[in-house]
Design a binder for this molecule. Sequence first.
Ligand code: ADP
Ligand code: MG
Length: 363
Amino acid sequence: MFFSSKRVALLLGFSIALVTTAFLSLVEGVSNQALLVGWLLAFSSSYILIQVTLDFLVFKEINKIYVMINKLRRRDLSFVEGKETESKINPLRRINREILDYAAHKQKEINDLKKMEEFRREFVANVSHELKTPIFAAQGFVYTLLDGAAEQPKLRKKFLKKAARSLDGLDLLVQDLLTLSQMETGGIKMHYEHFNIQETVQEVFDQLESEAEKKGIALKLESTQSATYVYADRQRIYQVMINLVGNAIKYTKQGDKTITVSFTETAEGVDIVVQDEGRGIPAEDIKRVFERFYRVEKSRARNKGGTGLGLAIVKHIVEAHKSEVQVKSKVGDGSTFSFILPQGDKFSPSLAATPQPEEEEVE
Ligand SMILES: Nc1ncnc2c1ncn2[C@@H]1O[C@H](COP(=O)(O)OP(=O)(O)O)[C@@H](O)[C@H]1O
Ligand SMILES: [Mg+2]
């Protein structure tokens, strides 16, 4: 190193001695011998003083680094937070800074891993709990049958139907879990195509019509045009709409209510809005409804047969289309879920009789 403490001390000592002798020479009657002694004294004392001071400072910095390395070795990263930026000129301080940065980086990694571990543990607990419910129910019905109910044709049918319904719920849950995990690992390929989303929503209405009718709910499609073309994955968007309209029906009480799906063509794309007049979502729960297994009313929603994964899947699919789901809701008045999809092209070849959708990987 060019600026070693010895060189600096030598240089400064020499200069100080030179200045001192220059001043001494101005005093009358000082002999050359005295000047030499003065020079030697000034040089040696300032040399020693400067070197000791520099060494002390360097030693102090090295000691700091040593303490830090020792803490790192003990995985004690408490010193990382709240450190002011050190001078960039002093190389020792720079090393110090670099170690701090490295430690801060490691600390972040550790925190992320801890969060992931916590998330994983919670997820496993949730899945086990959700699986338990239909399995226990089906088990109960099967044992009731074995215990004699099977002998009576009427009871046999009743319990077999109940067991089948529980197993259907189990199947639904496993399917949703699979979809989610595939989406998260990027295992699902998106099949983009140009299609008329009004047709897709009509199919969703056909599927859910009887459920809505039972509750006296009308399903309405609202648009100024007879067709609305989007460029998206038709199958996945069907899944999104089934979940959103399904929820709208599920969380609306029996009565003279309407669920409206509307399409508006904007500069950013087609704005798709699902609006209900249901019970609404409290403000503090709105952000969380997209989390897996999050339900506003824990016990009641479970009885309604949902998996608690619907909106998590909706979020994933919409995000895979580089969009975002917006929610507005007021307790007692109803909820509105909306998202934007890229505008499709009516005359695209993918709208031919046998469409050949192109494939794109989910990120
Ligand atoms: N349209 C809606 N109106 C009121 N609450 C809703 C609506 N959609 C979703 N929610 C709330 O969000 C929760 C999560 O929805 P979801 O992920 O679809 O799970 P699930 O419907 O299986 O319970 C629901 O349990 C419900 O509390
Ligand atoms: Mg749902």
